[in-house]
Ligand binder design. Sequence first.
Ligand code: AMP
Length: 630
Amino acid sequence: MVDALATTIALMSDPIVGIDLGTTHSLVAICDETGPRVLADAEGRTLLPSVVRFLVGQAPVVGHEARAHAVEFPLDTIASSKRFMGRSHAESLRIAEGFGGRLAEGPRGIAAFEAGGRTVTPQEVAALVLAKLKATAEAALGHPVRRAVITVPAYFDDGQRQATRDAARLAGLLAERIVNEPTAAALAYGLNRARKPETIAVYDFGGGTFDISILRIEPDETHAASDLFQVLATNGDTRLGGDDLDLLVMQWLLTQAAAQFGPLTPSPGVLQALRTFAERAKIALSDRDAAPIEIDLGAGRALRCTLSRAELVAMARPLIDRTLEKFRAALTDAGNPTLDRVVMVGGSTRMPAVREAVAALTGLDPYTALDPDQVVALGAAVQAHILMGGRRDLLLDVIPLSLGLETRGGAVAKLIVKNASIPTRATETFTTAVDNQTGIVLHVLQGEREMVADCRSIGRFELKGLPPMPAGIPQLEVEFAVDANGVLTVSAAERRSGKRASLQVVPSHGLTAAEVDRLEREAFAHARQDMHLHRVVDLAVNARLDLKWIGEALARTREALEPTYMEELEASMTRLKGFCEAAERDPAATDADAFHKAKDALDQLSMRLHETSIARSLKSMTPPKGSPRT
Ligand code: AMP
């Protein structure tokens, strides 16, 4: 009872929301004693498209409107940007197939886009989506929201997790916990299931990523709110999703178009339209056997064709097979347990061919009772509820990829191996290879391969100022600590000299702390400037309307007004007109408060005119004596 009360109070004053920051859609949810629920915007919509439009001189447009007009602004609309989070520009070029926007090189070679005449990082795009969800949650809950649990694909590496945390900070949110999407789904599933020990697989096939996790759920017989969720193994691919199938359907459409009209070089707008139609046809084929398609290709050419479910399944087969391969690998890593359930998550699991393939692999009927669009956000909200003290479930997640250090000859020494439960830490002692070495660079890597070239570089830092010693004498103790978010901290100390290293790992493909600070300041400054512009533009529109009706009323009632009042009124109108003209010329330089005051002053002063004008109209409407009654 005390717990329930404490959570309710926390929820009221400083709630933690759960956010599913998805490739195609994002959602925000909250959990209280009655359970988790997704929050809707003012129009009652819960799914926010993860799409942002940037136009020169305009504030970014996020969500439904950006997606609805993506065909008109194909290059300045950024969609499906999650796959570029925490990656380098070079990597982004390799995984850009089907991406509709323009890639650019961000600071220190990180992935970025060129949109609206500037360079935008994936972190900034994600921050705008998060800020919109924050505003939705604040409006729905009636309280400021500062803290969130945010989900990421289980297979996100350290750099991608850091990038997600940076995006949250840019949006004015503290990422209290980064949770793996399939683990969040398991938490949501856990609320609905029979109370017995179970081994489950969460098969999460979304728009951009595929994740598979094997979990053990142990209910606590004495306390319903403290079950154990232990992830046994996880596997996946951060570049495998429904978007890839859309791309194959797009290519099929282009082949059809070429057969009818000869080879064509589609404009970005036509490509965007093809992508939209490809996805629509794919979705339609989850319920039907054939999808007729009609697309205007411009220049009087209309492409008409029909895609059958069998053709779509043939295109999807290699992608589905890749998911099954990962599924098998995860089962092997987990020690080949007998599965009690397979929980289906992510929009792509709505495809019957996917469900059939999973059923054939596991011999189980896939569990589809939870809405695949909502289940991750609901689970994130459950985790938020745990952090607020509302439930006591214990969540033991795992690290998806091994972590290690570069050693001589370009090999990798693994300190923490994949699927180790987090939080975890490991230490190892290294030494120098050269006499009198006074500094050592530690290169941190993540991946399963043995050589540096085949792993992902997470970052480097240097232990400086070592006393000169012969090679092999220094004893460098390196500690890797992975917190409950799956985020790594590295520390190093030389045992003989006691020298310790500066510990921040500068992410290889992320933003530095200074860059996040700067972007945060800029976002804040822009937000203020945007609000100012909005206010001034609204004032100018309303003031113009006021001036119009006051001018008309004045023309009608001029002879009934006292000359001093007339003078006062005209002076006030001239003053407001001056503000309107200034606002229309340069809204940024217009003093909004003074403008507001001038408008209020005229509003007040014009009351008398209004009354006189109404009195005159009533008089003119009074029927002359003797006229027939109606
Ligand atoms: P998510 O990342 O979970 O939001 O999943 C989005 C992906 O699911 C996109 O690629 C969608 O095209 C796909 N999707 C949504 N609904 C369906 C459906 N009924 N059939 C097939 N794919 C779908």
